[in-house]
Structure formats: C-alpha cells, structure tokens
Design a protein. Structure first.
Length: 278
C-alpha cells in the first residue's frame, strides 16, 4: 500500500523527535558507559589496552556531515558508506550519494562481497542486495533481526545486532553460525559497526568511542582502543553524534574512522597494534 503524505510527514516528525531524544541523552549515555567501564576494569585484565597515544593520525579527510553514518568500508580506493535515519537513508561513494532509500527505511551496516553490495536496515526487517557495479537493486530479503554493523571475511557476511553476538551468513543472508563475543568470559554488549582485518573483527561499541578487536574464530576480545581524544565531544559540530564508522584501506594499511554527522574522517596508522596482535 502506498503511504499517504500525512503518514510520511508524521514519520518524519517522529524521527525528528527521536533524534532530539538521542542528542539530549547522549552525554548521559556516555557517562553511564564510563561508569560501567570503571566498575568493570578488572574484566580487562587479559586484554591489551590502547589509546590515541599508541596510534598515529596521518591525515584528516572531508566527510559528508549530512550522513548519519552506519556502514563504512573501502572498495579498492573508494570509501563507501551507508547513512541511516528515516527520510535520510542513503548509500555514498567518496561522499557522493549514489542510492537514496525510501522515506520509511532506516539503513544500517553495509559491505561488498562477490560483486554485490549488501545493506541492512535497523527495524524494517529487510536487507538489500545490489549489483556492486551498476548499483541496481537485485533483491530485497526478509531479515529476522535488527540490523546494526556488517562486514565480511571474504566468505561470509558478518553482522551485529547490538547484542554480544555476531552472525555469520551466506550471500543470501542465510544464517550459518553465531559467534558469542566475550571478554574474559563475560559477554560484551552493544557491538555495532564492524570491520574485518586479517583474522580479527574490529568493532565499535555503541555510545562509546571504544573499538574492540575480536578474534573471529573464538569470539574473544584481545584488545580495546580508546579513541575518546580522536575527536573530543567539545570540539565536534553541534549536530555531530557518536563515532560509528570503521573502515580498513587494505592498500595503504590504514584505518579510517568517522561518526554520525561528522564533517571529518580520520586516517589512522595502527601498525603498532597490528604487529602486537600477530
């Protein structure tokens, strides 16, 4: 059934109110996360801890500040991104919009595999498959979970849903296995944006500027990087929200980081951490 103009306007008003809600409580969420981490510091005993001092920011690039970043990855030397939010969801290449999704769609994580572009949705219970070259829609698949992050190890699609689980799927989004992510035996919740790098899954933890490094075979967290000082909240533009973009450039061996409505993307040398993971 085609949605009426009234229904569409109501959806946008509700989205605007929800965005205001998220921003209003953003600082509170960060505080709660900080308290949680402080109280559970003993859980990090066997995990390598890093900060901005252990990496090097080698460049700062322009980022589309109108994108509510959800998925972020490289296809060759092209930086690709799916931006979310109702009425704003789109797919970009080098900050240029290539696909505009429907007004009722909230796009989430994205990745390319086998000549296809995959895009999840938040609560629409749908997942998209596009031709990666023509960007023409090939199929729309029913998806049983909330869509959050999405990456690939070259064989499977690997997705998060905001829990402590990672879901390994075939190229038609059919579930093949579930991997529980734990840190010293304890579940790690709010796993969000994902990037697969050399046997490890680098994952942003929602509402924090932390990235954890997960062994893709065991699910064990082996490292945690605090990027709080990368783009301090007090320096961000008034619209900027949390960090939520993690992309690996396999050609330059550099990590790119950005966030929701950020006008900047940071190119980071993480070679020291990569060596210590070997």
């Amino acid at each position: 059934m085609r949605q009426s103009t009234t229904d569409s306007s109501k959806k946008l008003r509700n989205a605007s109110r929800m965005r205001s809600f998220f921003r209003r409580f953003n600082k509170i969420r960060f505080l709660c996360a900080a308290v949680f981490l402080a109280l559970s510091s003993s859980a990090f005993a066997d995990v390598k801890l890093y900060s901005l001092d252990d990496v090097k920011v080698v460049a700062v690039h322009e980022h589309n500040a109108s994108s509510f970043t959800e998925g972020y990855f490289f296809n060759g030397d092209v930086i690709c991104e799916s931006g979310g939010y109702w009425g704003e969801s789109a797919y970009y290449e080098n900050n240029e919009r290539k696909i505009k999704l429907g007004i009722t769609v909230f796009a989430e994580g994205s990745v390319m595999l086998g000549g296809k572009l995959y895009i999840l949705t938040y609560q629409n219970k749908l997942a998209y498959i596009y031709d990666a070259t023509t960007l023409k829609l090939k199929s729309l698949v029913q998806y049983p979970r909330e869509g959050w992050g999405l990456t690939t190890d070259g064989t499977y699609l690997i997705a998060s849903d905001g829990s402590s689980n990672l879901y390994f799927m075939d190229t038609e989004y059919r579930l093949k296995k579930t991997l529980a992510v734990k840190q010293n035996g304890k579940k790690v919740p709010r796993i969000n944006e994902l990037e697969y790098i050399d046997g490890y899954i680098w994952a942003n933890i929602f509402i924090t500027d932390d990235i954890i490094v997960i062994d893709s075979k065991t699910g064990e967290v082996v490292a945690r990087i605090d990027f709080t000082q990368l783009y301090p909240e007090k320096e961000r533009n008034s619209k900027a929200d949390v960090m939520n973009g993690v992309a690996w450039n396999a050609e330059t061996k550099r990590l790119w980081l950005t966030g929701k409505y950020w006008e900047k993307a940071f190119e980071v040398d993480v070679s020291r951490i990569m060596k210590e993971l070997q």
